[in-house]
Design a protein around this ligand. Structure first.
Ligand code: F6R
Length: 610
């Protein structure tokens, strides 16, 4: 959600903070702010809007200092305006705090602080923390202990950075439920909510765990538990090249990430296909292969696009491995009392590896004794670290808020898990080899689809003014219909719904008229004829149809208004191809509407609050 950065060293912190915030802006972008301490005197600048506005204001007002903190906000409590922007501060303007997360008991704390005479400027939950810390300082405690005592009173999730002009040699950081990393430099140190903000400066990263608090000086750091025990932290070498997080000449990250898919999908399967044995090799699952293959049941849990990937995984695992599968929204899983048995396997899918609901569901599954696997993109993320075993999708950094390449890579990894489990059970060598050939051919097929980008852009032009869209698919392509609709609504703000094609006649058909475009995913598979019938039903009501069909399908052309052709593959892998035109369609419609596709309104990349 919100992005956090901090710097302490000999340089002016402010340009470093601004640079870091730009790399984090995909996490939240409704307001931003920085605070720094210069020669014992602190100062603060905040703006409503984007980091570019903050950059301008900072230049104009010439803010500087060797120690500073910066924040880009995604509003939870209080409107996105300058007052609610972080950093928050005490009444003396000596203490500054940035926060990512939600303080659940903030109203109780706020009432108590008001009764002690504290005044609040903002409507945020975060401001409570700064006054609470101030109240401990006023009792004679140092900054470290004041933060620690305050956090002991707090319920909820936080990643925080605190600076204090009376102790200008340190930044205090702490984490619970929201990500926070320390970047180790040479005579200088950095803090961020996401490694991406730091890779221009250092590859030496320390991941703070929940209930840990650290004092970061310019030449060292000390980590302790919230109950004040010393903790020795490992420094990790993180290998992300700066080019991987730049736009690389594309107009938007989203387009770059869509176009990267031949490569990202290749990276997800690289070194993992054992053709001779017709099986996959997943290092992160070593020692658990049989346990997974002979699970009584597999439960997949995730949110949003990752949940859609899980739905495809259900079809894959049931068809090939013959294991019963359920797919659950992580947010629902965590608040039910799900029946989980020790011989169940749970797979948690998350691009960011930081989604609060998924992380909480994972912890609950662990408590209930299931084998807990993670399928993540971000190396070292909380979900990756929390899982018992798992597989990285290796899609590379995904910055565009709408998930694209992570989805196709998640599907590749799910197909590899399916192949592993299926070969351990009943799948023949010959069928295993056939699946491997098909997986291996995906990057070339994706590249073929990307070549018709112009044609898809042309179709998009005709639907810019549509107010609603319906997406239909059957079997493996039902989750693709959901994903296509999600992509469209989140970046173009056009209302869109995905449905299993056969469900249309049970309700949504009432919506169809000449103003309601329907996207139908209709590859030539065992349900093709049934999907054609659904198309006829739409056409009979004057609906406009855009079909996603196979290259060798000439029959469909005369039935529909527009057709986008994709190569053929086995059913299990078809979603990896059919989703790509839907990503491009959503992208072009949003761009033609003049919208910021990389930073759609109200959204943030990494949903670290409930
Ligand atoms: C949609 C999108 C979101 C995420 C969801 C889960 O384009 O990006 O729906 O898929 O917030 O995020 P992760 O996969 O990071 O857990």
């Amino acid at each position: 959600m919100c992005g956090i950065v901090g710097y302490i060293g000999n340089q002016n912190s402010v340009p470093i903070l601004i640079e870091g915030l730009k790399r984090l802006e995909y996490r939240g972008y409704d307001s931003a702010g920085v605070a720094s301490i210069n020669l014992g005197k602190s100062d603060l600048i905040k703006v409503k809007g984007k980091v570019s506005a903050l950059e301008e204001k900072v230049k104009h007002e010439q803010l500087q200092g060797n120690i500073g903190i910066g924040h880009t906000r995604w509003a939870t409590h209080g409107a996105p305006n300058e007052t609610n922007a972080h950093p928050h501060f005490n009444s003396d303007k000596t203490l500054y705090l940035i926060h990512n997360g939600i303080i659940e008991n903030y109203s109780v704390l706020k009432t108590a602080l008001i009764s002690k005479g504290y005044n609040f400027n903002s409507e945020t939950d975060s401001e409570v923390l700064v006054h609470l810390i101030d109240s401990f300082i006023k009792k004679g405690n140092d900054l470290f202990n004041s933060v620690r005592y305050s956090l002991n009173e707090v319920e909820g999730a936080y990643g925080i950075c605190v600076i204090y002009s009376d102790e200008p040699d340190k930044i205090i950081v702490a984490k619970k439920g929201s990500p926070l990393v320390i970047g180790i430099g040479d005579g200088e140190n950095y803090i961020a909510s996401d490694v991406n903000a730091l890779i221009a400066y250092t590859s030496q990263i320390v991941y703070l765990e929940d209930d840990e608090i650290a004092v970061v000086y310019k030449d060292k750091f000390q980590a302790r538990s919230i109950s004040d025990e010393e903790i020795v932290k490992e420094v990790h070498e993180v290998k992300i090249a700066l080019e991987e997080i730049s736009k690389g000449g594309y107009q938007h990250y989203m387009l770059k990430e869509i176009m990267e898919q031949p490569e990202s999908v290749r990276n997800s399967m690289r070194g993992r296909l054992l053709y001779e044995d017709g099986i996959s090799k997943l290092g992160g699952l070593e020692g658990f292969d049989n346990r997974i293959a002979y699970s009584r049941r597999i439960v997949i849990s995730a949110c949003g696009t990752s949940w859609h990937a899980g739905l495809v995984g259900e079809y894959m695992l049931e068809q090939y491995a013959g294991i019963p599968v359920e797919v659950d929204y992580a947010s629902e899983f965590r608040y039910r009392n799900p029946v989980i048995q020790p011989d169940d396997t749970m797979i948690f899918i998350s691009q960011s590896g930081e989604t609060a609901d998924t992380l909480a569901a994972m912890k609950e599954a662990k408590r209930k004794g299931a084998l807990v696997l993670g399928v993540c993109n971000v190396v070292g993320s909380s979900i990756a670290r929390e899982s018992t075993a798992g597989v990285y999708i290796h899609a590379g950094p995904e910055i565009g808020v709408a998930s694209t390449k992570a989805f196709t890579s998640q599907l590749v990894v799910l197909s590899l898990i399916t192949l592993l489990a299926a070969r351990k059970r009943n799948l023949s060598l010959i069928d295993g080899k056939k699946i491997i050939e098909e997986i291996d051919s995906l990057p070339d097929k994706i590249a073929r689809i990307l070549k018709i980008n112009d044609q898809i852009e042309h179709i998009a032009e005709k639907f810019v003014d549509a107010k609603n869209f319906l997406y239909l698919g059957r079997g493996y392509n039902f989750p693709v219909a959901l994903e296509g609709a999600l992509k469209l609504k989140e970046i173009s703000y056009i209302h869109a719904e995905g449905y299993p094609a056969a469900e249309m006649k049970h309700g949504p058909i009432a919506l169809i008229d000449e103003n309601m475009p329907t996207v139908v995913i209709a590859p030539k598979d065992s349900v093709y004829d049934k999907v054609l019938s659904n198309i006829e039903e739409v056409k009979a009501r004057k609906g406009k149809v855009i079909a996603i069909a196979n290259e060798d399908d000439d029959q469909i052309d005369k039935l529909v208004d527009h057709v986008i052709k994709v190569p053929q593959t086995i059913r299990m892998l078809m979603p990896i191809l059919t989703v790509i035109p839907l990503q491009l369609l959503a992208y072009h419609i949003a761009v033609k509407k003049g919208l910021n596709v990389d930073q759609p309104r109200n959204l943030a990349k990494s949903v670290t609050v409930e």
